[in-house]
Design a protein around this ligand. Structure first.
Ligand code: C5P
Length: 337
């Protein structure tokens, strides 16, 4: 190799040219796929209002194996593009995937980075399952690897919190306590049986998360906790909450979702879903996830969940609900090996 300041001879120039060409070729061919699991809320408690206008939360979130997939193909120009198999989704700057890609590129300081992204959507949209958030988390993880940026998990979590409250959880996933807006994470590191869920959702109904929080505030702000001291006491209680551990079929976690009551009043599909699931014989516990309208029933294992769906096949067919049987996962977004 010629040192700086010296001219390379013709043979060296040819080799340099070929290396550059092969590096470019490698770059163009460089691609990877990321798996993005949905989440359910085992616990969603609204503690009060924060000075930034968001709600102070205490949650337990759980990843499940209902997953989107994002294929990322590196470009050798600075274009960031998104295509998806779901025509109801925007592929523009308002999509969390594009927001995540642009934020990560800006944090890297290299504005020449580009990528083509292809989303295979399986998680229903506007369902309370963090579908958009997990796609954004997958984008952070995938592009960190594709662009060889070497940001740590905690750095990615910090970037993620800038564009959505549930995205930091989706990076590591599993079972975690989530405080603050949802971005302050504490993994629950005990052994638990991998429970399963039957999940139902009306494909024609979605719930606006800002609406659900606003409605809750209108009805319940009189009972909000008002200080950091009070928030901390409640967090400490939840950390010690015996009904949250161990998660097992003999001792299933107690479910709580504060948004359920307001969405229940307003949304017929949630009333229908909860009534139906409560009548399923094997269901251990039943609740709405996030701001709805997805509802789920907990089961001891996947087989028990599938059996109950089979036993209720005719009743389910009479509804227009989509149905999934899923297992708990102990991880969040992952590169597809
Ligand atoms: O952060 P994310 O985009 O998921 O939040 C969507 C909306 O839900 C917010 O704009 C806010 O209205 C409401 N929200 C809230 N408190 C939280 C999280 C969300 O009030 N902790």
């Amino acid at each position: 190799m010629g040192r700086s300041g010296r001219r390379a001879n013709p043979t060296q120039s040819k080799i340099l040219k070929e290396m550059k060409k092969s590096r470019t070729q490698e770059n163009i061919d460089h691609s990877l796929t990321v798996i993005a699991p949905a989440k359910i809320n085992l616990h969603l408690e609204i503690l009060g209002l924060r000075t930034d206008g968001f709600h102070e939360l205490a949650m337990v979130m759980q990843s499940i194996d209902l997953c989107d997939q994002i294929k990322l193909v590196a470009r050798n120009d600075n274009i960031i593009s998104l295509k998806s198999d779901n025509s109801n989704l925007s592929n523009d700057d308002d999509n969390l995937i594009v927001k995540a890609a642009k934020l990560l590129r800006s944090e890297s300081g290299n504005l020449n980075l580009g990528v083509d992204m292809f989303l295979k959507k399986c998680i229903p949209i506007g369902a309370g399952l963090a579908g958009g958030s997990t796609d954004a988390a997958a984008t952070f993880l995938g592009l960190n690897s594709l662009w060889n940026l070497k940001f740590s998990l905690s750095e990615l979590e910090r970037f993620a919190a800038k564009i959505g409250s549930d995205i930091p959880f989706c990076l590591k996933g599993g079972t975690q306590l989530c405080f603050g807006r949802g971005e302050l994470l504490e993994p629950l590191n005990y052994e638990y049986e991998p429970l399963a869920v039957v999940l139902v959702k009306d494909p024609n109904v979605s719930v606006s998360t800002p609406w659900a929080y606003q409605r809750f505030r209108e009805k319940n702000s009189f009972s909000y906790l008002n200080s950091e001291v009070e928030f901390n006491l409640r967090r400490e209680c939840l950390r010690k909450e015996p009904r949250l551990r161990p998660l097992s079929s003999k001792n299933p976690p107690s479910l709580r979702n504060d948004l359920q009551s307001v969405v229940f009043e307003d949304n017929q599909s949630v009333r229908k879903s909860l009534k139906l699931l409560n009548e399923f014989k094997g269901a251990l516990k039943v609740a709405m996830s996030g701001s709805g309208p997805s509802c789920f029933a907990l089961y001891s294992d996947l087989q028990a969940a599938k059996q109950d769906v089979l036993a209720n096949k005719q009743r389910l067919a009479q509804t227009n609900l989509d149905v999934w049987c899923c297992s708990f996962l102990n991880h969040g977004v992952q590169l597809n090996s």
